[in-house]
Design a binder for this molecule. Sequence first.
Ligand SMILES: C[S@@+](CC[C@H](N)C(=O)[O-])C[C@H]1O[C@@H](n2cnc3c(N)ncnc32)[C@H](O)[C@@H]1O
Length: 275
Amino acid sequence: MNAKDDDGLSPPAPATVAVTVEVVAAEATKQRAAALAEQLGLPLWTSDGGDDPELLLIVTADRLALKARRGEAAVVGGRPVSVDLAGIDTRSAAGASRKQPLFRAVGLHRRHAPSDVTVADLTAGFGEDAWMLARFGCRVIALERHPVVAAMLEDAVDRAAAAEPQVASRLEVLQRDSALWLAAPPQPVPAVAYIDPMYPGPARRRAAQGKAMKLLRRLVGEDPDAANLLQAALEVPIRRIVVKRPRRAPPLVTEPEPVAVIRGQRVRFDVYIST
Ligand SMILES: C[S@@+](CC[C@H](N)C(=O)[O-])C[C@H]1O[C@@H](n2cnc3c(N)ncnc32)[C@H](O)[C@@H]1O
């Protein structure tokens, strides 16, 4: 990480990533790692190899996990991070409440059968919001452009399917740039598009971020094209577009103004109606 990044003035160089296997791995796991490395166009790493990647995508017998070997996202002795969708709180009274800001923003609070609502999550990341919406009953198309993030999300959905097959069956992961997807969306077009770009701002304001989010940030950077993504969504006949923002951040675009703003404790959802 360079000094400029510490000041938040310019983005750091993209993280180097390699695929590896857990310390003691069966032959099938090694083969899966080799296939994944080829699919993602990444080197296959061994500890005695010459490469020095910053991030490792670790293939274990039952999951993919990501580990930082150095930098802000590394925690010495820390465990690699994998995505655990089944662990997200969607069952407690608060987690399942229709009144949750996310559900209200998507327009679900008055509906009894959200299975007729398809949400295009245009910035799926590690899929927490997508899983919550699918858990609530929506069909979700989860689009993620970063190949490593998309691979981790697919892996997470596959694992969560063992515990909650119905939820997983409502969630489709596509490794795609949403701006391109919006140029030729499926018919009928989804009723809702959801945009949750990486939070902007210098490093010191991000101190409270969890380890998974730090790793995600090192992988994908800042999403500087998020405003263009919203403008592209506004040109598609998707009825409702929801943008998640830090509570005090300015709206993603100056025009048009959101038709509604739903405030949560730490975030806010700006709701737009497509023109
Ligand atoms: C803040 S994360 C999303 C977190 C997610 N809502 C969750 O609940 O886990 C933003 C993600 O959007 C992805 N992204 C940004 N612009 C995109 C685009 N045009 N197409 C697809 N993915 C995009 C980034 O790669 C990043 O993984």
